[in-house]
Write a protein that binds this ligand. Sequence first.
Ligand code: VGL
Ligand code: ZN
Length: 197
Amino acid sequence: MSHALLVIDVQNDFCPGGALAVAGGDEIVAPINAMMDDFDAVILTQDWHPTGHSSFASSHPGKAPFDMIQMPYGPQVLWPDHCVQGTEGAAFHPDLRSDGDLIIRKGFRSAIDSYSAFFENDHSTPTGLRGYLQTRGITQLTLVGLATDFCVHYSAVDAARLGFDVIVQTNACRAIDMDGSLAAAQQAMRDAGVTLV
Ligand code: VGL
Ligand code: ZN
């Protein structure tokens, strides 16, 4: 029974000054670094979009960031261009410890977004993380990172549905919080059996 720390998307574009800045996003770097030694494994995720990704408002004429559209796989929020593969914005925050065991990249298919570290936004295309965790005997996960109401939320709910014991350490997360998305995410995580601390 191993316990992994899953560090979600602590990247420059989600920190102050970034393309999709989350308020206080940089405040969680030091607490996350300090937590890393307490786990059997440390896994980091990286939002990793090609230019012209379908989740970018700029890919949809007449649409603006934070508009909502229908995609073949369901509703999708449109975002400012962010975390483009290989750019400084997609890099981890420079102070984040980079000695984790695994980096898993997501959102690399143009036609589909991937908030969750486990499944893309169609809720069925796997990222491969489940198999990695299972083969390493990891059954417990503590999630931290950005953003509480999107990638942390979707990852936590998927992990709980897959049968992992899931804790979200909320003091090491920050939210985008648009239209009540933080409250809705907290409720959805609790309903899925995630422990919020
Ligand atoms: C995220 C919006 C778009 C996140 C990623 O990491 O929460 N949010 N892409
Ligand atoms: Zn993204």
